[in-house]
Design a protein around this ligand. Structure first.
Ligand SMILES: NC(=O)c1ccc[n+]([C@@H]2O[C@H](COP(=O)([O-])OP(=O)(O)OC[C@H]3O[C@@H](n4cnc5c(N)ncnc54)[C@H](OP(=O)(O)O)[C@@H]3O)[C@@H](O)[C@H]2O)c1
Length: 297
C-alpha cells in the first residue's frame, strides 16, 4: 500500500526535498507555514484529521514527516519564546493530533542537542546537553513528541544543504565570487548532509514504520564521514572547479557568534543501519552528486 505524506514545513529546505522525493504512486501534502502553522493547535488538529481520513479513504497509509522548525540558530538566542513555540509546542501539537488519528510521526531534530565535547560519533542514546537556545528548544520538542505519541520517531541530522533555502554551500559559492580568500572555521567537526539524501532516508523510514516496523525511537541520519567547516568549504571549492587553497582555516574564537556551536557533533548512523535502513552516502560523494545535478549551488 502506498504512502500518503503530510509534511509541515513543506516549503523549507528539507520539506521541499521530501515532497520531491516522494514516490509518484502516493499522496503528498507539504504546506507552508502560512498554510499550516504548527503553533496553532486547532489548525494542526484539523489538518491531521482531514489528512488522515483523506489518505485512508483513498487507500493510502498516512505518515506525518515534520520538517518545520525555527532554524535561525543565532536569532533564537534572543527569541527564545518563539523558538520554543515552534520547536517544542508545535511538534507536541502535531504528536497529539497524530495520536488522535493513529498516524505515525517522524520528527526531524538536530546534532545541536549534544554538547559537542565528544571524541567519537554520538549515539542516539548518548547524553544530550544543548549549549544554545535552538538546541534546547529542539531537545524539548523531541521529548514532547516521544512522550506524547508512541508511534513517533525522532531523526536527528546535521549540516543540511540542498537546492531550496540558504545554506553553507550556497554561501561559499557566493563568497567565492566576491572574495579572493576566505577564512572558515576549522575546529568544528560534523557531517554535511544533502537534504535530498535525508529525504530519501526519511521516506524509507516512513515506509517501514507505516508497515509496522518498530525501529528505535531516536535515530541519527547524516551524510557519512566527517569534516570541518573549512574542509567542507574546500571540498565545495574543488567541486566548483575553484582553487581550494583560497579557503584558509581559522578558529571559532576568530568568529564569535551569538549561539555557541558544538565543537564535535558527528552523529553515529549505527542505529539507523542496525534498524535495516540504508545508510546515507558519504558526504563527499553526495556533494559531488548535488553539484553535478545542479541541486547546488
Ligand atoms: N539546516 C540545517 O543545517 C539543519 C541541521 C540539523 C537539523 N536541522 C533540522 O532539519 C529540519 C529542516 O530544516 P531546514 O534546513 O529545512 O530548515 P528551513 O529551510 O528553515 O525550513 C523550516 C521550515 O519550517 C517552517 N516553519 C517555521 N515556523 C513554522 C511554524 N510555526 N509552523 C509551520 N512551519 C513553520 C519555515 O517556514 P517559514 O520560512 O515560512 O517560516 C520553513 O519553511 C528542522 O527540524 C531543523 O531543525 C536542520
Amino acid at each position: 500500500m502506498a504512502l500518503a505524506l503530510l509534511v509541515p514545513g513543506g516549503r523549507g529546505q528539507l520539506g521541499r526535498d521530501v515532497a520531491a522525493a516522494a514516490p509518484d504512486d502516493g499522496l503528498v501534502h507539504a504546506p507552508s507555514s502560512a498554510e499550516l502553522d504548527l503553533t496553532d493547535a486547532s489548525a494542526v488538529a484539523d489538518a491531521v484529521a482531514v489528512f488522515a481520513s483523506t489518505a485512508r479513504d483513498a487507500g493510502f497509509r498516512p505518515v506525518v514527516v515534520n520538517a518545520a522548525a525555527y532554524t535561525a540558530v543565532d536569532a533564537a538566542e534572543t527569541d527564545a519564546e518563539r523558538a520554543s513555540e515552534v520547536n517544542a509546542a508545535g511538534p507536541e501539537n502535531l504528536a497529539t493530533s497524530c495520536r488522535e488519528h493513529n498516524v505515525p510521526l517522524l520528527h526531524v531534530s538536530t546534532d545541536y542537542v549534544f554538547p559537542g565535547d565528544g571524541t567519537r560519533p554520538y549515539e542516539p542514546t548518548d547524553e544530550t546537553g544543548p549549549k544554545s537556545v535552538y538546541g534546547r528548544t529542539k531537545l524539548d520538542g523531541e521529548q514532547r513528541v516521544l512522550s506524547t505519541w508512541d508511534r513517533s520517531w525522532v531523526v536527528r541530522t546535521a549540516w543540511v544543504y540542498g537546492q531550496h533555502g540558504n545554506n553553507f554551500v550556497k554561501t561559499m559559492a557566493r563568497l567565492a565570487t566576491t572574495n579572493d580568500t576566505l577564512s572558515v572555521v576549522d575546529d568544528q567537526v560534523g557531517s554535511p548532509t544533502w537534504s535530498l539524501d535525508l529525504a530519501h532516508g526519511l521516506l524509507e523510514l516512513a515506509a517501514a514504520v507505516s508497515s509496522g516496523s518498530t525501529p528505535p525511537r531516536v535515530l541519527h541520519a547524516t551524510g557519512g564521514g566527517e569534516t570541518t567547516w573549512c574542509g567542507f568549504a574546500r571540498a565545495i571549492f574543488t567541486e566548483l572547479g575553484l582553487d581550494p587553497t583560497r579557503v584558509h582555516p581559522c578558529t571559532t574564537a576568530d568568529f564569535p557568534r551569538p549561539a555557541p556551536r558544538p565543537a564535535y557533533s558527528v552523529l553515529s548512523g549505527k542505529a539507523w543501519a542496525d534498524a535495516g535502513l540504508t545508510p546515507l552516502r558519504h558526504w563527499q560523494t553526495a556533494l559531488t552528486a548535488a553539484v553535478a545535478t545542479h541541486a547546488v549551488p
